[in-house]
Design a protein around this ligand. Structure first.
Ligand code: BGC
Length: 662
């Protein structure tokens, strides 16, 4: 799966008046007369449906703390390779899913058709098993056997919803040439036409089965919501839906937000909002898109599709599995900021760094539970991406599933043209696409919105800790910044703190201090800290502090000597020190550290700077002697007082290397 590009009619819907009535209402509705259903498919298969719960997913969800609160939700079964038809380790066969659905007394099953030739052309995480030219195999070894099974009269009373090929046609629209996000693989797929032919073939074969409802994947608003993409996308869908023998009557509708995190509805942000007379569309986040959320996008796209010739009865699905954005970081009202960027960033519940980020997003929560007919034009909110299944590995993983390593799943990657060259916002330590990712499931549960009762992994605790106060910089070096703060409190106890440098979480601390290292000299860094509790709730961010690292530090010699000579009298002394770099590489910016014995105080210094004047001190070179060539020396001296008996220091180090003292 990929994200944006800059990402991202069912057969014979004959009863338009009835359709309008159904779509206007909420859940659990009027059921469609059976005679009409048999003849012409239902207008909305979700109305009055009892959807199948995939026991394989359900068991994994239930095994997580608090997971049983959602493990009875219906999720889609991904037919993500030919072997998925007959079943793979830990995943039952297609036939077994259908049989189990009947055993459950379910009457609706949801499948993802996901094995096109050259799959996932703009990304690597879900590259598939079929090469770009393997259309014949897609038809004979994948679609035909699936169609044979679905066509079995034993399943005639199941409403079978098929989600047709996520990301494929959207990639042809935006990533196949001429834009920042284009890839050679997508250009190949556009040129050979195999996405369109494959989608057409799937629609035609599956659409011939009277109880199958085909929904084509239509990306999400942050992929196709621009004027420049919307009509071309509708035209592309039409082209595919009229290829390989398919017609628009093979299409029940479209699904948006598959495996993505865009909010269903942004409660505090509308695309028509203005701030100080400026449209929010000019903000970095909205970036001139026509939509800020999925429901408005789905409704707008639906009209555009009908205008292109799709049946006026088509319905839309929205994948709400991972777009809840609850938890402590969720805004509670519109921002009062007076610049468009600050207003948008303070108002939006979608907390991603960029709307083009798509892999295992940090901070996401479960969204609306699957619901039939929730809004006009929307057939259902569904959970297409099974929560807890990874989008891709955060590091390369050898595998036999054809999955590649996509750096959009690596939290340290700074992005590409499709996410505006931003950090990816991906959770660390993720497994291969489709594999169980426990940490992500727990986060989704903890940040669910609406909240899950009994979720959050801590017996239903949803209260976030207090915000850490008193964040201060306690020290800096050329390569590190040390911080401390005051402990936060919580009803179930604070278990640790997340430390952020800018928007990036750089580490965690169990105590109230942290040192961020590996930094660049003479650079300003801004920090914030959030507290976390046992249930996984996270506080809002603390006030920010900024620290500037010191000027470039010295390099460490491989070996050195320190020759120390002194003259002393009653209460005074002079010391002369010669440092020699006995290694074969030059040393920059030497700093000699030593401890003056008790009672000694420095009163004047030549050819160096010494701080402080007693105890553990550091002598630093001055302009003309601050570097030591290989084999080179520098001398400095100082005068001081002592407490009665003079002694030289026990040891001398130069830039951390201990020197032979004589
Ligand atoms: C993976 C599939 C998996 C699906 C659902 C996709 O990204 O490529 O293997 O079945 O997600 O988790």
């Amino acid at each position: 799966m990929t994200s944006r590009g800059p990402r991202g009619g069912r057969a014979a819907r004959r009863v338009a008046a009835l359709s309008a009535l159904l779509l206007a209402a909420g859940t659990a509705l009027v059921s469609v007369p059976q005679s009409a259903a048999a003849a012409a498919r239902l207008d909305n298969p979700y109305v009055g449906a009892k959807p199948y719960v995939n026991p394989d997913w359900s068991a994994k969800a239930a095994a997580e703390p608090g997971g049983s609160a959602v493990s009875n939700q219906p999720t889609f079964v991904w037919m993500d390779r030919i072997a998925a038809i007959s079943g793979t380790t830990g995943a039952r066969s297609l036939k077994s899913h259908l049989d189990t659905a009947l055993t459950q007394g379910a009457n609706l099953v949801q499948l993802v058709i996901y094995d096109l030739p050259g799959r996932d052309c703009a990304a690597l995480a879900s590259n598939g098993e079929l090469g770009p030219d393997e259309l014949p195999r897609y038809q004979s070894d994948y679609i035909d056997p699936i169609a044979d099974i679905l066509d079995d009269p034993a399943y005639a009373n199941l409403r079978i919803v098929t989600l047709i090929e996520p990301d494929s046609l959207p990639n042809i629209v935006t990533n196949a040439g001429g834009t920042a996000g284009s890839t050679p693989q997508c250009a190949t797929m556009k040129q050979n036409g195999n996405y369109e032919k494959g989608v057409g073939y799937a629609l035609h074969k599956l659409g011939a089965i009277p109880n199958v409802y085909n929904y084509i994947d239509a990306a999400h608003h942050g992929w196709l919501g621009w004027d420049s993409n919307l009509v071309p996308a509708a035209q592309e869908f039409k082209k595919a839906a009229t290829s390989s023998g398919a017609t628009v009557n093979d299409v029940a509708g479209f699904i948006v937000n598959t495996a993505n995190n865009s909010a269903t509805v942004e409660p505090y942000l509308k695309v028509t909002d203005t701030v100080n007379g400026q449209t929010v569309r000019q903000s970095k986040w909205v970036d001139w898109n026509q939509y800020v959320d999925e429901q408005s996008y789905a409704q707008g796209l639906r009209s555009t599709l009908v205008a292109q010739g799709f049946d006026p009865g088509i319905g839309m699905l929205i994948d709400t599995a991972r777009n809840g954005w609850g938890g402590a970081a969720r805004p509670t009202g519109p921002s009062t900021a007076t610049s468009v960027d600050a207003y948008v960033d303070g108002s939006r519940i979608d907390r991603r760094i960029h709307a083009g980020n798509w892999c295992n997003q940090s901070g996401a929560g479960l969204g609306e539970r699957p619901t039939a007919a929730p809004a006009a034009g929307i057939d259902a909110y569904v959970w297409a991406k099974p929560p807890g299944e990874s989008d891709g590995a955060s590091q390369p993983e050898p595998n036999d599933e054809g999955k590649g390593f996509d750096r959009m799943c690596d939290p340290t990657y700074t992005g590409n043209g499709r996410n505006g060259n931003n950090l990816t916002g991906a959770l660390p330590n993720s497994p291969l696409a489709g594999h169980w990712f426990s940490a992500q499931f727990r986060q989704l549960l903890a940040n669910a919105y609406p909240a899950v009762s009994g979720g959050g992994g801590g017996g239903g605790d949803t209260q976030a800790p207090t915000v850490p106060a008193g964040l201060t910089v306690t020290g800096t070096t050329a390569s590190s910044v040390s911080l401390s703060w005051t402990a936060a409190t919580d009803n179930t106890a604070v278990t640790g703190y997340d430390v952020y440098r800018g928007a990036t979480k750089v580490g965690t601390a169990t105590g109230v201090s942290y040192t961020d290292s590996g930094l660049t000299a003479s650079t300003a860094y801004t920090y914030q800290v959030r507290a976390r509790d046992a249930a996984g709730n996270v506080s809002a961010a603390s006030a920010a502090v900024t620290a500037t690292t010191k000027a470039g530090g010295g390099t460490t010699p491989g070996a050195c000597t320190a020759k120390w000579t002194a003259n002393s009298w009653n209460t005074g002394f002079t010391a002369d020190v010669t440092l020699t770099n006995t290694s074969t590489t030059a040393v920059k910016n030497w700093k000699a550290s030593f401890t003056l014995p008790a009672g000694q105080t420095v009163t004047s210094v030549w050819n160096a700077v010494i701080t402080p004047s007693s105890g553990a001190v550091t002598a630093s070179g001055v302009d003309f002697n601050k570097d030591l060539a290989a084999g080179g020396s520098a001398s400095f001296g100082f005068q001081g007082t002592h407490g009665g008996t003079y002694a030289k220091p026990a040891s001398v180090t130069v830039n951390g290397a201990s020197c032979t003292l004589s």
